[in-house]
Design a protein around this ligand. Structure first.
Ligand code: G4P
Length: 530
C-alpha cells in the first residue's frame, strides 16, 4: 500500500465523557466490531474507584491499565483506527487535554438519563476551542431517560454545539423498539438485552412505507414519522465541511452495553471522520502528506517497575514515515536520536514496528530526554504548538523532608513534571518550589512516587494561590511592566520552561492588577496565540 493510501485509511480519535456515561463500554464494543478482542469485559476500566485517594495500590493498578489502554488500534473495513484513551477522572483532566492535541476527531458520549454533565462540558469546551470535529453518541437508551428533543436542546445550550441527528430512537427504556438510521435509511430493531453484535436491520427507504408499521407497530410508526418530520424542520442538513470545521456535530443514539446502535456509529465514523490532519507549528503548518517525518510527544509514561527508570514517550506522527533505527532530530535538545525498538499499540498487545504512518502513535523508550510537547523531525527546526499548560486549581509548597536525599528529590520532581503529573513554579523571591495540580489526588500520587521511585521524601505546606497567570507584557521595557514586577515581586515565579508567571491569590487581585496595569496581560494558559 502506498504512503497516501496509508494516510487516507487512518482515523485517530478520542472518546470523551463524564465518568460512567459508558466510554469504556463503547470502546470495548468498537473493538469487538474490529475483531480486536473476542469477548466483552476484555478492556479494563481505567477508572479510579471511589475512595481510591488513599489507596496507592489502586493508583498503581490504574497506572498499569492506563499504559495498556493508552492507544487501542484496530482494523475495520480496511481502515486503521487508533483510539486514544482519555482518563475520565477530573483530577487527571490535564492528561485528557494533552491527549486531545493528538486526536483528529472526538466522540462525545452522553448518558441519556443524566444528560450533559460537568466533565463533558469542560472537555467539549477544549474541543471547541480547537475546532476538533465531534460526533455525539447518546448512550443507555435501554434505560428510562430524557426525551430526545429535550436532550438535544440541552446539548446545544450547555455544550454550545450545533447538532444534526443521524439516527433517531424509537421509544426508550422498557419501551425501546429500535432506532431509525437517518444516515443509512433503515430501522435497527432492538431485541432485548444482548451483549453480542447480533442485529436485525431492515431497510426503510421511505418512511411512509407500511412495512414500518408492521415492524414496530402503528403507534410507534406514526410517532416516528411525526418526530422525523420535526427533525427535518428543526435541525440543519448534515454538511461534511461544517462537521470537519467543528461547526456541526452529528448525533447517534444507542446502548453500548447492548451493542445497539454502535455499528451505525462506527460505519458513519469511518466514512466521515477526518484522516490525519495538518498541524500548526510555530514556524509553519505541517501537512500529513509531506514526505519528511515529523511528530511530537503528547504523553510520557513512567515505568511501572521502580528499578527501571526508563519511560515510554508517546509520539503522534504528524507527517512522513517514522522508521526504526533512523536518526531524527530532537529539536529542543538539538540532538540526533535513533530508536531501535519503537512500539506500536494494538488492542491487546504492543509490538516493535519498522514503520509507522501519520495518525499513528509510537511509544519510544526514553531515559529522560523527552518532555511533553517535544518535536522530532528529520532535521527541520519545528516546534509544534498546542500543548499549553492550563492554570492548576490547587497549589502547595513542596519541602524536602530528608536532607540526605535532596538530589533524588529534585530529580524526581523534574521527571514527574516532565511526565505532566503536575506543574512546578519556582518563586523568583527565594527559589521555593510550588506544585500546582488539577486535583488534590495528585499530591498523594507525587509523594508516593517520589518515595517509591526516587527514595525521596517530601512534605507540603499551604500557599494562598487562586490562579497561575502567565504574563505577557506589551512592552517588556516599559515603566509600567517594571512597576508591576516590583509591586508583585513576592508572587512572581517561573514555570518549567522559564516563562514568567504571576501567582494571584484571589479573583479580586487579578481584577485589580488588570485595572492597574492595563498593558500587562494575564493568561490562564501558557500559550495564548494558538
Ligand atoms: P465510563 O468508562 O464512561 O466511566 O463508563 P463505563 O463504560 O464503565 O460504564 C459505566 C456503567 O454504565 C457500567 O455499569 C456500564 O455497564 C453501564 N453502561 C454502559 N453502557 C450502558 C448502556 O447502554 N445501558 C446500560 N443500562 N448501562 C450501560 P457499572 O454497573 O458501573 O459497571 P459494571 O459492573 O457493569 O462494569
Amino acid at each position: 500500500m502506498g504512503f497516501l493510501e496509508e494516510i487516507e485509511r487512518r482515523r485517530t480519535f478520542g472518546i470523551i465523557s463524564h465518568p460512567d456515561a459508558g466510554k469504556t463500554t463503547l470502546t470495548e464494543k468498537l473493538l469487538l466490531f474490529g475483531g480486536a478482542i473476542q469477548e466483552a469485559g476484555a478492556v479494563k476500566s481505567n477508572k479510579i474507584k471511589k475512595g481510591a485517594a488513599s489507596d496507592f495500590m489502586e493508583i498503581e493498578r490504574q497506572r498499569g491499565i492506563s499504559v495498556a489502554t493508552s492507544v487501542l488500534a484496530f482494523e475495520y473495513k480496511g481502515k486503521k483506527i487508533n483510539i486514544l484513551d482519555t482518563p475520565g477522572h477530573k483530577d487527571f483532566a490535564e492528561d485528557t487535554f494533552r491527549t486531545l492535541t493528538a486526536v483528529d476527531s472526538v466522540i462525545v458520549v452522553i448518558d441519556v438519563a443524566k444528560g450533559v454533565e460537568e466533565q463533558t462540558e469542560k472537555l467539549v469546551k477544549v474541543c471547541r476551542m480547537r475546532n476538533i470535529p465531534m460526533m455525539v453518541f447518546i448512550n443507555k437508551l435501554d434505560r428510562e431517560g430524557k426525551d430526545a428533543f429535550g436532550l438535544l436542546d440541552e446539548i446545544e445550550q450547555k455544550l454550545g454545539l450545533s447538532v444534526v441527528p443521524l439516527s433517531w430512537p424509537i421509544g426508550i427504556g422498557s419501551e425501546l423498539r429500535g432506532i431509525y438510521n437517518i444516515w443509512e435509511k433503515n430501522v435497527n430493531l432492538f431485541s432485548g438485552h444482548k451483549k453480542q453484535a447480533v442485529e436485525k436491520t431492515v431497510e426503510i427507504k421511505n418512511i411512509e412505507d407500511s412495512k414500518l408499521d408492521d415492524l414496530i407497530g402503528e403507534s410507534f410508526a406514526e410517532e416516528l414519522r411525526e418526530e422525523l418530520d420535526l427533525v427535518n424542520g428543526v435541525y440543519p442538513d448534515y454538511n461534511y465541511d461544517e462537521y470537519l470545521k467543528g461547526k456541526l456535530q452529528p448525533v447517534f443514539f444507542g446502548s453500548a452495553l447492548n451493542n445497539f446502535g454502535v455499528r451505525e456509529l462506527l460505519d458513519a465514523f469511518i466514512e466521515i471522520a477526518p484522516t490525519p490532519q495538518p498541524k500548526n507549528s510555530e514556524e509553519r503548518l505541517v501537512d500529513s502528506k509531506e514526505s519528511k517525518f515529523t511528530g511530537f510527544v503528547f504523553k510520557i509514561h513512567a515505568n511501572m517497575d521502580p528499578k527501571h527508570r526508563d519511560r515510554l514517550a508517546f509520539i503522534k506522527i504528524v507527517s512522513g514515515i517514522f522508521k526504526r533505527n533512523t536518526p531524527y532530530l530532537h529539536v529542543r535538545n538539538d540532538k540526533k536520536m535513533k530508536f531501535s525498538s519503537p512500539n506500536a499499540f494494538f488492542a491487546d498487545k504492543k509490538e516493535i514496528v519498522d514503520e509507522s504512518f501519520p495518525g499513528d502513535i509510537v511509544g519510544l523508550h526514553d531515559t529522560g530526554n523527552f518532555k511533553i510537547g517535544d518535536t522530532l523531525t528529520e532535521g527541520e527546526k519545528l516546534h509544534f504548538k498546542g500543548i499549553p499548560a492550563f492554570s492548576p486549581e490547587h497549589f502547595r509548597y513542596i519541602n524536602n523532608a530528608d536532607p540526605m536525599k535532596s538530589k533524588q528529590l529534585s530529580k524526581g520532581i523534574d521527571q514527574l513534571m516532565d511526565e505532566g503529573v503536575a506543574q512546578l513554579f519556582t518563586l523568583d523571591l527565594n527559589g521555593r518550589k510550588v506544585i500546582g495540580t488539577v486535583g488534590a489526588l495528585q499530591y498523594e500520587v507525587i509523594q508516593y512516587r517520589l518515595e517509591h521511585e526516587y527514595t525521596a521524601k517530601c512534605t507540603y505546606e499551604p500557599i494562598q494561590v487562586h490562579k497561575a497567570c502567565w504574563v505577557e507584557a506589551e512592552d517588556e521595557f516599559s515603566a509600567e511592566f517594571k512597576e508591576f514586577k516590583r509591586v508583585k515581586h513576592r508572587y512572581m515565579a517561573k514555570d518549567k520552561l522559564g516563562q514568567l508567571v504571576f501567582l494571584a491569590d484571589s479573583p479580586f487581585t487579578i481584577q485589580m492588577t488588570q485595572q492597574k496595569f492595563p498593558t500587562v496581560k494575564l493568561h490562564f494558559t501558557s500559550e495564548w496565540n494558538d
